[in-house]
Design a protein around this ligand. Structure first.
Ligand code: HEC
Length: 168
């Protein structure tokens, strides 16, 4: 059972730590982290293609932890679904829950198993990062491959990462 509280940075907390700015498309930016109208984490891509830090970080984490089953760039494989096709329907809450706890589908002919990553700091300290990266891919806001330009790592990302990794 996944009992620990998932350590994402909710917008209310983020806003108490930093200054919120209205960004484009109804997004809000708090210290380099972007939130959509529903106050859920999202990506940002500037006109020159520069992505926010979290999207870049998500690209890296995805390709070290998820790619092996879900294929490069979220495109899926014969073994696991294309997350760029399912992420938006799934939504933030369900994404976090499946990745933390895993999911298994058993049919007469095969078993399809998504492992839970609730105890893997390399995933659970970066859940939002992976989520926003996949949303950006699903929206076709970024192309396949490593984003060429990115914002520098926000202080809040460093502080959160240290706290999350030390908490283990
Ligand atoms: C060992 C292989 C494997 C790895 C590694 C893996 N997954 Fe999965 N994942 C699966 C399989 C298989 C499914 C389909 C499970 C099912 O049929 O219910 C799945 C399902 C999912 C789903 C649900 C998709 C849907 O449409 O219901 C999400 C979200 C997901 N994975 C995210 C991730 C993320 C994020 C990572 C990296 C942190 C990851 N997975 C790593 C095998 C894997």
């Amino acid at each position: 059972m996944f009992a620990k509280v998932f350590p994402s940075i909710p917008i209310a907390l983020a806003m108490s730590l930093g200054v919120a700015f209205a960004a484009e498309d109804g997004k809000t930016e708090v210290d380099g982290k972007y939130f959509d109208k529903e106050e859920e984490p999202t990506y940002n891509v500037k006109e020159d293609g520069t992505v926010d830090w979290y999207t870049y970080s998500g690209f890296r984490r995805y390709h070290s932890e998820c790619h092996v089953c879900h294929g490069p760039d979220g495109l899926g494989s014969t073994y696991a679904p294309a997350l760029i096709d399912t992420i938006k329907e799934l939504g933030y809450g369900e994404f976090i829950s499946v990745v933390a706890s895993g999911q298994e589908k058993v049919t007469a002919s095969q078993t399809s198993k998504m492992p839970g990553f609730g105890n893997n700091v390399n995933v659970y300290c970066y859940m939002d990062d992976i989520y926003v990266y996949l949303i950006a891919r699903a929206d076709d806001a970024i192309p396949r491959g490593r984003p060429r330009k990115r914002d520098k790592k926000p202080d809040q990302a460093k502080a959160y990462e240290n706290e999350c990794r030390d908490g283990k």
